[in-house]
Design a protein around this ligand. Structure first.
Ligand code: GSH
Length: 209
């Protein structure tokens, strides 16, 4: 197996946190997004979508989407489960993960890629040259302002995103809050005290060996 990644980027981090939690080390190749190496010929031959992360399996199959990579890792390395212990738990965890991706990660990406001169003409990941739409910055901020309080309310009476166990849904939220507070500079609102308390618990669970 070969893991293609770029450590500072948020989508690769979603996978790296799964690996760290499970204590799995893979053969890892860093593809430097700062120098647009993901768009170069060498990586394009491996992943024509030019996105990171990607997991090349021993069979030759290439997984390019984070949920497919992480469910594959879960089934291959079942220690310290991240997708629950039953069909119902897995369904709920996958549901939250999708909701967090659509309702937080995507608006953050809209703000980041449509407002930053660095992404002029490259408003979407991958090889497509596509112009920025400045209106998506404001729309993204509105969506974020609407969603953070919902997640905060959810965490008012729950230790983790799904019940009492750390799961992939928490990894999703760790990646999203890190992206918001870091690269995008649209920090989680200070009023979201439940998210702040959850963050300390989730970091501790992730670091636990
Ligand atoms: N299909 C991927 C998308 C991953 C993605 O968008 N990754 C970003 C890095 S965080 C990327 O590869 N960007 C390439 C670019 O900006 O050209 C997934 O959701 O798992």
């Amino acid at each position: 197996m070969k893991f293609y990644t770029y450590d500072p980027a948020p989508n690769p981090q979603r996978v790296q946190m799964c690996l760290d939690y499970k204590g799995v080390e893979l053969e890892t190749i860093q593809v430097d997004m700062m120098t647009a190496e993901q768009l170069g010929e060498d990586y394009r031959r491996i992943n024509p979508a030019c996105t990171l992360p990607a997991l090349l399996l021993d069979s030759g199959a290439l997984l390019t989407e984070v949920p497919s990579i992480c469910t594959y890792l879960e089934d291959t390395f079942p220690q310290k489960p991240l997708f629950g212990g039953s069909a119902e738990e897995r369904a709920i965890i996958v549901g939250w993960s999708h909701k967090l991706y659509v309702s937080l990660f995507q608006p953050l990406a809209d703000v980041f890629r449509n407002g930053n001169p660095h992404f002029k003409g490259r408003a979407l990941p991958g090889p497509l040259d596509i112009e920025q739409i400045p209106a998506l910055v404001e729309r993204g901020k509105e969506r974020l302002a609407n969603t953070w309080p919902q997640i905060d309310a959810h965490l008012a009476d729950s230790q983790f995103m799904v019940g009492d166990s750390f799961s992939f849904a928490d990894i999703e939220l760790l990646a999203v809050t890190g992206f918001a507070n870091g690269m995008v500079r649209q920090p989680v609102p200070e009023s979201c005290s439940n998210i702040a308390a959850w963050s300390a618990r989730a970091q501790a669970a992730l670091a636990q060996k």
